[in-house]
Design a protein around this ligand. Structure first.
Ligand code: HXC
Length: 232
C-alpha cells in the first residue's frame, strides 16, 4: 500500500489516507487501494474499522482535482464508478466503520464519511460538498447519502451553496455524532470502537444491515426483515 496506512490492534483496524501533501485527496490509486483493503476486511476477523486522514489538516479534501481536470468523459465515468464501488463496499461491510474527521472533509472526502456508520470529528473539521463551485455535481453518492442523513432541505442547502460547515453545525444537523478535541479524536474513537468490539460481531453486523435496509424500504418490509434476522 502506498497511500493507505493500515494498523490493526485487538480487532480494530485503522485505515489512514496517507497523502498529507495533497490534503489526502483521493486519486484513482487511493481508491484502488481501498478496494484491496476492503476486500480483505470483508473476509478477516476484524471487528470495527476506523477511517481517518494523515496529518492535522484534513480527513480528505475530496477527489483528486488535478486528475479530474485532465480526464475526459470515459475516464470520468470510471472514476465516479470506482468511488461508488469503494463507498458501497464500506456501507455494505458487515462491520461498523467509523470516520474520524480530523480536518477538511470536502466533496468526495465528505462522501467517504457519509458512507461510514458513525462520524466523529475534531473542532477544526470542515465538512461540505463544494462540487457546484467547480461546475460539477457531487459524484460519489453525496446527493443520495447526505439526503438520507440530514434530510432534503439541509442536503440541498449544503449542495446548492457548496458552503463548508464546522463540526458544531455538522453535529447540530446529525451529520456528525460527536466532537472530540483534536488531541483526543483518535483515542476516543478507538475506545468507542473497542466497546463495540466487545459485542457479538454477528449481531452488530446484522443490525447494521437492518438499519441500512430500513432507510430504503417501507416499514412493513423492514420489520419483516427484522423478524427474519432475529430468528435466524
Ligand atoms: C487534489 C488537492 C485537493 C484536491 C487540496 N489539494 N485539495 N489536490 N485534489 N481535492 C492540494 C493543493 O493543490 C495543494 O497542493 C495542497 O493540497 C494543499 O492545498 P492548499 O489549497 O494549498 O491548502 P489550503 O490553502 O489550506 O486550502 C485547503 C482547502 C483547499 C480549502 C481544502 O485545498 C481546497 O479548497 N481544496 C479543494 C476542495 C474541493 O473542492 N474538494 C472537492 C473536489 S471534487 P500543492 O501541490 O499546490 O501544494 C470531488 C468530487 C467527488 O471531490 C466525485 C468524483 C467523481
Amino acid at each position: 500500500m502506498q497511500y493507505l496506512k493500515i494498523e490493526k490492534e485487538d480487532g480494530i483496524v485503522q485505515i489512514t489516507i496517507d497523502r498529507e501533501d495533497k490534503l489526502n485527496a483521493m486519486s484513482l490509486d487511493v481508491m484502488n487501494e481501498f478496494i484491496s483493503v476492503l476486500d480483505e476486511l470483508e473476509k478477516d476477523s476484524s471487528k470495527v474499522i476506523i477511517i481517518t486522514g494523515a496529518g492535522q489538516k484534513a480527513f480528505s479534501a475530496g477527489a483528486d482535482i488535478e486528475y479530474m481536470s485532465k480526464i475526459g468523459p470515459t475516464e470520468a465515468e470510471k472514476y465516479a464508478i470506482r468511488g461508488h464501488e469503494v463507498l458501497n463496499k464500506i456501507e455494505k461491510l458487515e462491520k461498523p466503520v467509523i470516520a474520524a474527521i480530523n480536518g477538511y472533509a470536502l466533496g468526495g472526502g465528505c462522501e467517504l464519511a457519509l458512507s461510514c456508520d458513525i462520524r466523529f470529528a475534531s473542532p477544526n473539521a470542515q465538512l461540505g460538498q463544494p462540487e457546484v463551485t467547480l461546475g460539477i455535481c457531487p459524484g460519489w453518492g453525496g446527493t443520495q447519502r447526505l439526503l438520507r442523513i440530514v434530510g432534503p432541505a439541509r442536503a440541498k442547502d449544503l449542495i446548492f451553496s457548496g458552503r463548508r460547515i464546522n463540526a458544531e453545525e455538522a453535529m447540530s444537523m446529525g451529520l456528525v455524532n460527536k466532537v472530540f478535541s483534536s488531541e483526543n479524536l483518535l483515542s476516543e474513537t478507538k475506545s468507542y470502537a473497542k466497546n463495540i468490539a466487545k459485542n457479538s460481531n454477528y449481531a452488530v453486523g446484522i443490525s447494521k444491515m437492518l438499519v441500512n435496509r430500513g432507510m430504503d424500504t417501507n416499514l412493513d418490509t423492514g420489520l419483516k426483515l427484522e423478524i427474519y434476522s432475529w430468528s435466524l
